[in-house]
Design a protein around this ligand. Structure first.
Ligand code: FAD
Length: 466
């Protein structure tokens, strides 16, 4: 079948960027169609990213906590794991959210066309649907087609024992030995899940540090915990070869941990690449760079004035909250409002155990760019709350401008760091200085008082804790 549709705004991709742009544009009075290749809205984040991973990480956290309870005189029997039930529990969380999105689209009369879209011209999109073709004539378009996992050529990607993050989240079984290739956020989060379920974990990372880009002192606190839980963390090491054999996946390493080992399963989490190369952008005149990214201005406009781009496909941190904020800006600009995407900081969180979170200027970046800063670090070993939780590895670090005393950046590692970092983002956006933060009365005993205490450390009003 073939159908012709006409709309004011078409959004390509129904992920956090796309659905946010679509809903906002509809709320501002625009007629909107979303084109999405998956049968549900929500994109990577809801279907195979943020949400299912966090549902599994919660299970992992509970299991790990029961293991730590012996110091308080409580021991639990080893967990009995019903993988099918765990998968169903995770899928239920995802289904509830994607169903919610379908309802929100309907409420706003946003039409969702399931299929794969590509430009035919600057004002027309061709969508291959499961049953035929749909052509959509539009006034304005928002490209929100996201990203996909990078596959390393030559690795046996067709073998089910070599997984990407989607395969790992599918939780087909619990391998006895799992190698995680890539020590970034996604690899480390999935490692937490599989270790809690009983797998032996090894991690290999090309760079000299886990979570490259994060400050080394924060990563050290994480490594203190996972270094004891995992079999091996191989930094400065490259996977040279991977072969599928009947005994498992045979991996050859080069670099600091040169050698060979065989694993039941391998998770390849070496980053993601944008889908900009898959939408025939050239037919619309939209420029994509050699990596597949689409450049935009602060209004999220591409080089073609009536076509916008948002989310993972435009570069910057590939994070859902960046995509949603950009989506809102694109929709508002389309509706004629004076919107800009101009945040002072975008927080990053690794939902590992302990969590690692940071925002704004990092110390690594400050040193590389010669930016002067004053630092306040509050070690959680001095926090009664952290000690009560048997977690003394954490720390809260704040960086301030030495002239204005305003907050420039923050890093937190410890349980719930991802929740705690939000306060520092607000402080930065509001231009808070160290008195604003340090003199704000925080509840005691909490982990969040570590933020005020770190500000006091920078101020020099507490000196006897270090
Ligand atoms: P996507 O979510 O990638 O959505 C793009 C959509 O476009 C997809 O649904 C795709 O099917 C569709 N599409 C693409 N091309 C076409 C086409 N031609 N026609 C029709 N449809 C098309 N981020 C966080 O902030 N926090 C987290 O905790 C977090 N955890 C993650 C965990 C994992 C395992 C992964 C993989 C990612 C995680 N992310 C997390 C990243 C987050 O998922 C992405 O940053 C976010 O989904 C990007 O949103 P987006 O709208 O740009 O694109």
């Amino acid at each position: 079948t073939s159908e012709e549709l006409v709309t004011e705004v078409v959004v390509i991709g129904g992920g956090p960027g796309g659905y946010t742009a679509a809903f906002r544009a509809a709320d501002l009075g625009k007629r909107v169609i979303v084109v999405e290749r998956f049968p549900t809205l929500g994109g990577v984040c809801l279907n195979v990213g943020c949400i299912p991973s966090k549902a599994l990480l919660h299970v992992a956290a509970v299991i790990e906590e029961t293991r730590d309870m012996s110091a308080m005189g409580v021991t639990f029997a080893p967990p009995e794991i019903d993988l099918a039930q765990m998968r169903a529990g995770k899928d239920k969380v995802v289904a509830r959210l994607t169903k919610g999105l379908a309802g929100l689209a309907k409420q706003r009369k946003v039409r969702v066309v399931q299929g794969t879209g590509r430009f035919e011209s600057p004002k027309r999109l061709l969508v291959e649907t499961p049953t035929g073709r749909v052509r959509i004539a539009f006034d304005q378009a928002v490209i929100a087609c996201g990203s996909r996992p990078i596959e390393i050529p030559g690795f046996p990607h067709g073998d089910p024992r070599v997984m990407d993050s989607t395969g790992a989240l599918a939780l087909a079984d619990i391998p006895r030995r799992l190698l995680v290739v890539g020590g970034g956020i996604i690899g480390l989060e999935m490692a937490s899940v599989y270790r809690a379920l009983g797998a032996e974990i090894e991690i290999v990372e090309l760079k000299g540090q886990l979570i490259p880009g994060c400050d080394p002192d924060l990563v050290r606190a994480l490594t203190k915990v996972i270094g004891k839980r995992y079999q091996r963390i191989m930094l400065g090491t490259k996977v040279e070869q991977m072969k599928a054999t009947s005994a498992g996946i045979q991996v050859t390493f080069a670099g600091e941990h040169a050698g060979e080992a065989t694993y039941d399963k391998v998770l390849v989490a070496v980053g993601r690449r944008p889908n900009g190369d898959r939408i025939a952008a050239d037919a619309a005149g939209v420029r994509i760079d050699e990596h597949g990214f689409i450049a935009t201005d602060a209004h999220m406009r591409t080089n073609v004035p009536h076509i916008f781009a948002i989310g993972d496909v435009v570069g910057g941190p590939m994070l859902a909250h960046k995509a949603t904020h950009e989506g809102k800006v694109a929709a508002e600009v389309i509706a004629g409002l004076p919107a800009l995407f101009d945040p002072l900081a975008i927080p990053s969180v690794a939902y590992t155990d302990p969590e690692v979170a940071w925002m704004g200027l990092t110390e690594t970046e400050a040193k590389a760019r010669g930016i002067a800063y004053e630092k306040g670090v509050y070690p959680w070993a001095a926090s009664g709350r952290a000690l009560g939780l048997h977690r003394d590895e954490g720390l809260t670090k704040l960086l301030f401008d030495p002239e204005t005393k305003r907050l420039l950046g923050a890093g937190i590692v410890g349980p719930n760091a991802g929740e705690l970092i939000g306060e520092t983002v607000l402080a930065l956006e509001l231009g808070a200085d160290y008195e604003d933060i340090g003199l704000t009365v925080h509840p005691h005993p909490t982990l969040n008082e570590s933020i005020a205490l770190a500000a006091e450390m920078a101020h020099g009003s507490i000196t006897d804790l270090m």
